[in-house]
Every structure is written in C-alpha cells, then in structure tokens.
Design a protein around this ligand. Structure first.
Ligand code: KIV
Length: 278
C-alpha cells in the first residue's frame, strides 16, 4: 500500500516514518522538526506538515516552569507525549527521555523507552550523548525502538559542560564527528547537533548516512529543530542567536487577555448573544 497521499500542502507522506527521513536525506530534501507539548499545538504543527514533533524535555523550562531541563520526570514527559501522539495524523512523534531515566544502564534506558512507546504512543525516542550512549542505542534498536541521538551541547549535562557553551570548536571538532559516527553505527536513525560550529556540522552531515538535525548548527544540516515558544514568540526575554522568530504569539495572547479582562470589568462581556434564555 502506498504511503503517498495528496495533502493540502502538496504531495506528501501519509505517516512519516524514520525511513522517509533517511530517504529525504538521500534525495537532498530537508525536513523540519519542532517541539510540541500538547494537543492543539500538535494538531497545528501536524497540519502544517512538520515532519517530526519532538516532545522535548525542554518542557521542563517551557511548560513546568523549571530553570533547566533536569527536574522534569518520566511521568510528566509521558503525559505530554500521550497528548501529542493522540493528536497527530502524519507527524512522527519523538519522545525525549529525561535526565536520569536512561544513563544508568542500557537496561534502564530500554525500560524507560518502552514506556514512551507503550504508554505514550511515541514513534521513536531521543536521548542525549555520543559514544557513551552506544550500549543504550544498541539495546533500544535491538528491542525495536527507533532512537534519535543528540550531541554537541546537551542541556541535561549543562552543569558538567559549564553552562550553555558551543561545543566542537578547535581540536574538539573531531570529538563531535566521532560521537556522530558512534551513534550512527549503534543504530540511531538521526542525530541532533546542538550549538556546534556550522563548518563542523556541515562535515558531520557530509560524512554521515543518517540525517543530522541542527539547532544552532548552521544551514548545512539535513533538518532543523526549534523550540516552538522561541520560534513563534511566546517566550519573553532574549532569544539565542540561532532562533528565527516567525510570529509574536505572546503579544496576540496578551492583547486578547487584556481585552477580555477589560470587558469583564466593564460589563461588556457577556452580552445578550452569550446569554441563555428561559
Ligand atoms: O528538549 C528539546 O527541546 C530539545 C531540542 C532543543 C533539540 O532537545
């Protein structure tokens, strides 16, 4: 049965699978990933044709109000992932394994990843780390779970890395390449490169068979990912240099909430058209 259908935004894939993402790399076609943490954003991004929705552990900062990605729990991530996977028809849903839920051993990682697939409907999982994550990636892929790796700057290791810092400058560029090859050889279907110099990301992209997904890694990656609250302007404050802001959702919401509050205070809302008759 063909998986190609005519969608409102042109001929496209009925349900995005990991092999589609790899075929797109081979054909030189770029694809998009965005974070999503709930039903309505998942529906909108799915309809827009975003190939992969990442239920990122950035939910820790962007949904749960923590300062870093470290405190978010498996249970919290499972709830969000469930909401997203129930709401898409086409996008591949990637569940992000939170800090402490896979680093201890390959078995721990496999058991956590199975929960994302069974209980939350994820189609694949993401974990942070390069060479040191080879046993985890091998165990998961052997057990039928597609894995996306994440190297370069890895937010779960922010304290070990000494804060938000670009990785792979100078002599450490080779380390990024070695990590990328190690996760590919272990069976990862894709790899996120975060905050890596553009020329290093370009070399990794050239040398790998699996797609690279850049965030702060320049234009040569096979795909790009952004946190939606950054890209569409819900978050306040200074944005990282690698973010392009496509909308100002915060102002739209602020204006709407202000107008509603004024209407309630002045008695303009509710009007007769919002009121039931006997
Ligand atoms: O959790 C997240 O949102 C991520 C992306 C920034 C890649 O890991």
């Amino acid at each position: 049965m063909s998986e190609e259908v005519d969608a409102p935004y042109g001929p496209t894939i009925k349900r995005v699978r990991t092999h589609h993402l790899q075929e797109m790399k081979r054909r030189g076609e770029r694809w998009a990933m965005l974070t999503a943490y709930d039903m309505y954003t998942a529906q909108v991004f799915d309809e827009a044709g975003v190939e992969v929705l990442l239920v990122g552990d950035s939910a820790s900062n962007n949904v749960f109000g923590n300062e870093t990605s470290l405190p978010v729990t498996v249970e919290e991530m499972l709830s969000l992932t469930r909401g997203v996977s129930r709401s898409v028809t086409r996008s591949l849903v990637l569940g992000d394994l939170p800090f402490g839920s896979y680093q201890a051993s390959a078995e721990q990682g496999y058991l956590t990843a199975t929960r994302f697939m069974k209980e939350a409907g994820a189609h694949a999982v993401k974990l942070e780390g390069g060479r040191e994550m080879v046993p985890q990636i091998e165990r998961m892929t052997r057990g039928g779970i597609p894995v996306c790796a994440h190297i370069g700057f890895t937010p779960q290791s922010e304290h070990a890395l000494g804060g938000y810092r670009i990785q792979g400058r100078g002599e450490t560029a080779q380390r990024i390449l070695d990590d990328a090859k190690a996760v590919q050889d272990a069976g990862a279907f894709a790899v996120v490169l975060e905050m890596v110099p553009g020329d290093v990301a370009a070399r990794v992209t050239e040398e790998l068979e699996i797609p690279t997904v850049g965030i702060g890694a320049g234009p040569e990656c096979d795909a790009q990912v952004l946190v939606w609250q950054d890209a569409f302007g819900l978050r306040s404050g200074r944005l990282p240099r690698f973010v392009k802001q496509y909308a100002d959702v915060r102002t739209v919401l602020l204006d709407a909430a202000t107008a509603y509050t004024q209407d309630v205070r002045s008695g303009t809302f509710p009007g007769p058209e919002h009121t039931f008759e006997t």
